[in-house]
Design a protein around this ligand. Structure first.
Ligand SMILES: NC(=O)c1ccc[n+]([C@@H]2O[C@H](COP(=O)([O-])OP(=O)(O)OC[C@H]3O[C@@H](n4cnc5c(N)ncnc54)[C@H](OP(=O)(O)O)[C@@H]3O)[C@@H](O)[C@H]2O)c1
Length: 256
């Protein structure tokens, strides 16, 4: 077996949430290129079907399921259906992360709950269901997408960092509880990526100048630059990495 074989996902089945576009789509493409069947998910079925067609058109295996991750009961059903359809579930990437940049006082209790439900409780629910399947298989990879804000704070952005820091706790609790059964649990903390969501600001001269000054690599991340980290943690190449938060930010968070 070569080191390249250890990156193979042949025979594996993966669910990536929020994978119709952005970082989720890049990670889904990478897992499919490595041989996994990837289940794409998000709320708009048209976007997911287009993404799945692009993956299958390139020789990969993919299917699509539309659901809102904030609906925990449906999340449980989706995981059970993947297990029923494919006989297994090897990789879960909790990638959905909604953001609402406001100060504490600007949120109602219901708005806070909704954001925590979408960004954190969804990942807890999906991970709990997936982990039990993985435990029975004796193999699994749980991955959650946090953010470099997951170890910091940002003025006027009160709730998102709380949810992301909760995800780090989730990843570590799962790592401790399911490690003995061959299931690893890790996080990826992206820095600033020029995804569709950031398209407008990533091209502004002010932001380009800001990134040049703030990031040692002096630029925005390209969406496809998240994929290597996801494949590493999802494959046997990362088999002894457990409970880790892998920062992918061009060095932004290590520089004052
Ligand atoms: N981009 C960055 O620079 C950056 C930086 C740090 C961390 N992150 C984190 O990385 C992850 C991906 O970011 P991104 O910018 O690539 O995401 P994005 O483009 O904003 O969203 C990705 C997908 O999530 C789906 N989605 C949103 N809400 C959903 C929900 N409630 N249920 C199901 N699907 C939902 C969307 O599809 P539908 O609208 O069809 O549902 C969309 O296709 C997030 O967790 C984010 O916090 C990103």
């Amino acid at each position: 077996m070569t080191i390249f074989d250890r990156f193979s996902l042949k025979g594996r089945v993966a669910l990536v949430t929020g994978s119709g576009r952005g970082l989720g789509l890049q990670m889904a493409k990478a897992l499919a290129e490595a041989g996994a069947h990837v289940v794409l998910s998000g709320r708009s079925i048209d976007m997911l079907e287009q993404a799945a067609a692009a993956i299958t058109g390139a020789g990969g295996a993919a299917s699509a399921v539309a659901f809102d991750v904030a609906d925990l009961d449906t999340g449980r059903e989706v995981i059970a259906k993947i297990r029923a359809d494919h006989g297994r579930l090897d990789i879960l990437i909790n990638n959905v992360g909604a953001r609402d940049r406001r100060a504490f006082a600007a949120f109602s209790d219901a708005e806070i709950l909704q954001l925590i439900q979408t960004d954190l409780l969804s990942a807890i629910g999906l991970s709990r269901s997936a982990a039990e399947i993985m435990k029975a298989q004796g193999h699994g990879r749980l991955i959650s997408i946090t953010s470099i804000i997951g170890s910091m704070a940002r003025l006027g952005d009160a709730i998102y960092p709380i949810a992301k820091q909760g995800l780090t706790g989730l990843v570590r609790s799962l790592a401790a509880e399911y490690g003995p059964f061959g299931v690893t649990s890790n996080a990826i903390a992206p820095g600033m990526f020029a995804t569709e969501t950031n398209a407008a600001i990533s091209e502004s001269p002010e932001m380009i100048a800001f990134m040049r000054q703030r990031v040692p690599l002096q630029r925005w991340g390209r969406p496809e630059e998240i994929a290597g980290a996801a494949l590493f943690l999802a494959s046997d190449a990362g088999s002894f990495v457990n409970g880790h938060v892998l920062t992918v930010d061009g060095g932004m968070s290590i520089q004052m």
